[in-house]
Design a protein around this ligand. Structure first.
Ligand SMILES: C[S@@+](CC[C@H](N)C(=O)[O-])C[C@H]1O[C@@H](n2cnc3c(N)ncnc32)[C@H](O)[C@@H]1O
Length: 186
């Protein structure tokens, strides 16, 4: 039996996409899953994101959080992403829909990012990444800033609120928790 060309091309295309997805997961340590709409709304609502805020999404994916924060809440946003295809999608989305004056896309590693300007940090990462990120948050966050995390808590910090349904954790810095470090004077 001879397969029609479109079946063959669809099959090969599927293999290429899946292979790249697996490759990216290993090469960049960067698995991908966009935060659902209800989760993003909860994150932005709990962190009370507004026009006076600068929100960093550390691991921005394809922009589920940053574009809503910029368009619907008027915030300035910076999306930091390591995986090049997602960075390309982020830049295309910025170019096509903007708002360009409030959206910045940064291609790079979140662990080497200077996010001292952030008043809100949004993350949807995994436990090891949260653990690695914690000391960076403790050194870089300014007093009064908020961290909002989907799915994984910051171990050792005390959340200001937890929404069990969407698994959204909100933290305020300086943290009130017993093991929390204090921000260093700058
Ligand atoms: C679970 S996705 C979340 C995407 C987006 N924040 C959202 O909520 O829709 C995690 C993202 O973090 C990115 N990422 C993982 N490690 C990273 C790193 N070291 N530096 C920058 N981005 C990273 C991945 O490429 C992936 O796009």
């Amino acid at each position: 039996m001879i397969l029609p060309f479109w079946v063959l091309y669809t099959f090969l295309g599927g293999i290429v996409v899946i292979s790249y997805f697996l490759y990216a997961s290993f090469a960049f340590g960067a698995g991908y899953q966009p935060a659902p709409r209800a989760v993003v709304e909860r994150m932005l609502g709990d962190a009370a994101v507004g026009p006076e805020d600068t929100l960093f999404d550390l691991g921005a994916g394809t922009g589920a959080i940053i574009f809503r924060a910029a368009r619907e809440r008027g915030a300035r946003v910076v999306g930091v992403e390591v995986e090049p295809v997602r960075v390309l999608i982020l830049r295309l989305r910025r170019w096509a829909g903007g708002p360009r004056d409030r959206v910045r896309i940064q291609w790079g590693n979140l662990y080497g990012t200077d996010f001292r300007r952030a008043t809100v940090v949004a993350v949807f990462l995994w436990p090891e990444a949260m653990e690695r990120l914690r000391p960076l948050l403790e050194t870089q966050l300014g007093a009064g800033s908020r961290v909002v995390s989907h799915w994984h808590p910051i171990v050792g910090w005390t959340p200001a609120s937890v929404d069990a349904r969407t698994r959204v954790y909100l933290y305020r810095w300086p943290d009130a928790g017993p093991s929390a470090a204090r921000p260093t004077a700058s």
